[in-house]
Design a protein around this ligand. Structure first.
Ligand SMILES: *Cc1c(COP(=O)(O)O)cnc(C)c1O
Length: 412
């Protein structure tokens, strides 16, 4: 029989999850030597002088902005698609998010729209690399410099992506990487802030030390989520248990399975949860130390798969690559106007796909600031994840390409 091809994978072993589930209760979670070693190694990996590990990317962004002491109402240019928690910390700091639309090929800010959105009140920009795609960063950095903006790069989905042979995350004033579940380097959560300024290091270390001791229970929950996802995406389990469950869910509540985000809470939060301010632990640092050296290998395999699919599915509308960019394709995205129908078609061929797992944060109805961002909306509604992850066999990649091309021809 033919096995189902899952949309994504967890980038560490099930064995690590099982050990960690136990370790979290008895091991020392604040061994400085592991945390420092991991920070140093990650900084070096990124070609930066310093790294400070926070519990989440949103926490790192919170402190990077707090250190600037911007006055209330200061504008920060934001991506229209990201994690809602990032919007929450921006609002908590009294800043005003200004959503700027993306370019449909790079998934990053459209430079013309940027020029039109900047005002004398704009003091910062959050450059976010979506789905492992790299834009022309020289243009973005030139824009930031010209307007005196504090540039944060969120490279959570683009670790090892490069522009003209320099890694993204190293172009702006600070870079932030979320080592959360599903990312190519994951450490049961983490927000790794990288930068060069020495006086910033002193302040970031102070912020870090002001955080609460790691909560064993919160960390346990994160490991458990990873364990569940990791189990669910092991191919056989996926085929016999997860897939039938998803199908059943689809019968009970049609369309619910197709939207990964459908049930996420979109309400505005009144106070930042205290778990966002737990310290990054040495258990997490140890996982990071173990897996950092393996990222490039799985990147290579995934990029090779993507190139195969692109060659074998010429009728599919993939975003165009930018000259000088080394994309890492955290997940491969293709545009399908009839995304929901196409997704069902993929399902019938036993290929699991999904629409964006990230929120369209420029259009959250409960939030005070919105933006008109049609390209982001299109990516959100019509961008489908096509499985290309490391670990798929040549046959599976051929099949994904074949089904993708058929879908493009049948529905577009
Ligand atoms: C996964 C991800 C994050 C995660 O942020 P956390 O605060 O660590 O949960 C942030 N930004 C992007 C672009 C992401 O993909």
């Amino acid at each position: 029989m033919q096995l189902f091809i899952p949309r994504g994978i967890i980038h560490h072993s099930l064995k690590d999850d099982i050990f960690s589930l136990f370790r979290v209760f008895y091991s020392n979670l604040s061994e400085k030597e592991y945390i420092n070693h991991f920070e140093e190694l990650f900084a070096k990996y990124m070609g930066k002088d310093f790294c400070t590990a926070f519990p989440l990317a949103r926490t790192a962004i919170y402190y990077a902005l707090k250190e600037r002491s911007f006055s209330p109402g200061t504008e920060i240019i934001m991506p229209p698609i990201s994690i809602k928690g990032i919007l929450d910390v921006i609002l908590d700091l009294g800043l005003k998010p200004v959503f700027v639309d993306i370019n449909k090929d790079t998934f990053c800010f459209d430079i013309k729209q940027l020029e039109e959105s900047v005002s004398p009140a704009t003091k910062a920009i959050l450059i976010t690399y979506l789905f492992g795609m790299v834009p022309n960063i020289y243009d973005l950095i030139a824009f930031s410099k010209k307007n005196n903006l504090f540039a944060i790069e969120d490279f959570s989905q683009c670790l090892n992506g490069k522009y003209k042979n320099k890694k993204v995350g190293g172009f702006g004033d600070v870079g932030v990487y979320s080592s959360s579940s599903l990312k190519t380097l994951d450490t049961y959560g983490g927000g790794l802030l990288v930068y060069d300024r020495k006086n910033l290091n002193k302040k970031m270390e102070e912020f870090k030390m002001s955080l609460k001791k790691t909560s064993r229970f919160n960390l346990f929950k994160k490991i458990l989520i990873n364990f569940t996802r990791n189990t669910a995406t092991q191919v056989l389990v996926f085929d016999f248990i997860v897939y039938p469950l998803l199908r059943a869910l689809d019968v009970i509540d049609p369309g619910s399975y197709l939207k990964q985000t459908g049930s996420r809470d979109q309400k505005m939060i009144k106070k930042l949860p205290s778990s966002w301010f737990d310290r990054f632990s040495s258990l997490q640092a140890r996982i990071g130390l173990k897996y950092l050296k393996k990222v490039v290998g799985s990147d290579k395999e995934r990029i090779k798969n993507v190139n195969q699919i692109k060659i074998k599915a010429p009728d599919v509308n993939f975003p165009k690559e930018v000259e000088g960019a080394t994309n890492v394709y955290w997940v491969l995205i293709a545009y399908f106007n009839q995304a929901v129908k196409v997704q069902s078609f993929f399902q019938s061929k036993k290929v699991d796909t999904a629409t964006s797992s990230l929120e369209l944060i420029s259009l959250l109805s409960d939030y005070p600031y919105r933006g008109n961002t049609p390209n982001a909306q299109k990516l959100h509604d019509c961008g489908l994840f096509i499985p290309a992850h490391a670990g798929l066999s040549t046959d599976q990649i051929d099949k994904v390409a074949e089904v993708s091309n058929k879908a493009a021809l049948a529905f577009e």
